[in-house]
Design a protein around this ligand. Structure first.
Ligand code: HEC
Length: 216
């Protein structure tokens, strides 16, 4: 009997604690919060009026003529790949070094290969599934394109190819891709003399090295 009553009291206590944790019924009054934490802060939310200023905006506009740091897009050769008259920039306008090429390879492999393929022949994985086949980067027309036109294809899209400027956000990454496409193009017409430029002896290239390259 006694233990039964004790059990009742304990379960009532537990129920009271559990109910106490409820925020309660809908009410206009602010809820009672024993533990305030950082629920209430003196601050303005976006678009809230603020009577302190004449135009009653809480969100102040930047001072006229403000230039956001790191976001100046004044150099259209670099950011759009064109000159003031709209013609394409002929050569990549930033220094091209090995680091840029490697960055270009990484970004190209991530962004462009589904359609253009790892080697740039336009045989990416989605082409076999019915996507419009892109041109090969190794055809005359693309070999002769100014660098800025390839950049512009990434930035603005080209005919049925959408723009990839949001996927490749930084202008220098886009130029890195252009540099890597140039490297892919050169790779298809490399001569024995080119091998000596990079310090390789053409005589050392036997059939085994050829196989190694083919399997890469
Ligand atoms: C979703 C598939 C797809 C992806 C991804 C893609 N392309 Fe293309 N690309 C195409 C197609 C299709 C064409 C042919 C467009 C046409 O002429 O209608 C094309 C054309 C091009 C051309 C030739 C433009 C011209 O004027 O003829 C260039 C250069 C190019 N792409 C570069 C790139 C680069 C660089 C990337 C990666 C940043 C990329 N593409 C990603 C599908 C793609």
């Amino acid at each position: 009997m006694r233990s039964n009553r004790l059990l009742h009291i304990i379960s009532l206590l537990i129920l009271a604690v559990l109910l106490g944790a409820c925020r309660g019924q809908p009410s206009d009054k602010p809820p009672i919060q024993l533990q305030q934490n950082m629920y209430w802060q003196q601050k303005y939310k976006a678009f809230e009026p603020n009577d302190f200023f004449d135009d009653r905006r809480a969100m102040l506009l930047p001072v006229e003529g403000t230039i956001p740091r790191g976001h100046l897009r004044g150099d259209i050769q670099r950011y759009e790949g064109i000159h003031e008259d709209g013609s394409f920039v002929n050569r990549i306008p930033i220094p091209v070094d090995r680091a840029l090429l490697e960055r270009g390879q990484q970004m190209y492999n991530i962004t462009c290969t589904p359609c253009h393929g790892l080697d740039g022949f336009g045989n990416g994985i989605v082409i076999g599934r019915g996507y419009v086949p892109p041109p090969s980067f190794h055809e005359e027309r693309i070999l002769d394109m100014p660098d800025g036109e390839i950049y512009s294809a990434i930035y603005n899209g080209a005919n049925s190819m959408p723009s990839f400027r949001r996927l490749v956000k930084r202008a220098d990454d886009r130029w890195a891709i252009v540099a890597y496409i140039r490297a892919l193009q050169v790779s298809q017409s490399a001569t024995e003399e080119d091998l000596t430029i990079i310090g390789m002896d053409p005589a050392s290239i036997g059939s085994s090295a050829g196989n190694e390259m083919a399997s890469n």
